[in-house]
Unconditional design. Structure first.
Length: 293
């Protein structure tokens, strides 16, 4: 599917509109009839494949779905962004924080392939997550930190659920195992948690050891490739996305085939240079013992 056929804002807009409709128990045919569009048109809007997104229709749908003004404003902003071919999201600017686009994509994905230099949020223990949040959110009260961590850990449901958990394939740089977050006790518990998680059938964890040097002559920085499964004809149900997080500037979402191929090649090189999942678990438990000594 060409990039312009289904931009990220369009796909996220469709997911929210479908969620809102289902929450009030309205069928697609009923909603389409009220806003005076064809059912097939609403279907394309919810799938993120509409040729054109009309803000008037989006606002009307939000009205019949009984959404508050904040939700309607966020959907209008998404509709405005739908024409962008390559989309950069700067948190707190375009969309309110609770409309976190990465989290929405993550929840819809069927497989995540990732390279990380800190323990990824999906595999963090509560103590590790709390310490990271406390360091980042310096002006926030502890009870709000607790709520923030609760929300972060809730994301882990996608890999922990019994029915169709997401496949998570992550390469973790050894520096993440050695970099102390919250003290030796927290680190030992976190590393044992990683080793245990790596034994589960839907989680593959490899460590890129210091001894591997610098594959490809560079380290790419953290990234996630999100895959959304296949349709009945064996084609991508949705185009894959590369997510590159930036703490200081804008998060980047890449959809071009050239970008996907480049990151796919980098991911393959990192996998080849990494220890096997079995050796990685041995290393995790070895370093955990060092923290406990």
């Amino acid at each position: 599917m060409a990039e312009e056929d289904s931009t990220l804002p369009r796909r996220q807009l469709g997911r929210f509109l479908r969620q809102y409709r289902e929450e009030i128990g309205m069928t697609m045919a009923q909603a389409a009839r009220i806003v005076e569009i064809g059912t097939s048109t609403l279907h394309r809007l919810e799938k993120g494949t509409a040729d054109k997104v009309r803000i008037r229709i989006v606002v009307h749908l939000c009205e019949i779905y009984e959404r508050p003004a904040e939700d309607t404003a966020a959907m209008k902003r998404l509709a405005d962004q739908a024409a962008a071919k390559t989309w950069y999201q700067e948190y707190g600017d375009l969309i309110p924080g609770r409309f976190d686009h990465y989290v929405g994509l993550e929840a819809a994905a069927r497989q995540l392939v990732s390279y990380q230099e800190l323990v990824p949020g999906l595999l963090q223990t509560r103590d590790y997550a709390w310490t990271m949040a406390r360091s980042h959110l310096v002006d926030v009260a502890d009870h709000d930190i607790d709520r923030f961590v609760d929300l972060r850990l809730r994301r882990q449901m996608i890999i922990n659920r019994k029915t169709e958990p997401i496949d998570f394939d992550v390469v973790l740089h050894e520096s993440a195992l050695r970099r102390v977050v919250g003290g030796p006790r927290i680190m030992a518990k976190q590393l044992r948690h990683l080793a245990d998680a790596g034994t589960r059938p839907n989680i593959t964890l490899r460590v890129l050891p210091f001894s591997a040097g610098i594959p490809l002559g560079m380290l790419p920085g953290p990234f996630v490739i999100l895959y959304f499964g296949l349709d009945s004809k064996g084609r991508n149900a949705e185009p894959p996305v590369v997510y590159v997080e930036s703490v200081l500037t804008a998060d980047i979402y890449l959809q071009k085939e050239s970008d996907l191929e480049r990151y796919g090649a980098v991911s393959a090189a990192l996998h080849s240079a990494s220890s096997s999942p079995e050796d990685s678990r041995l290393l995790l438990r070895k370093i955990a013992k060092e923290f406990e000594a």
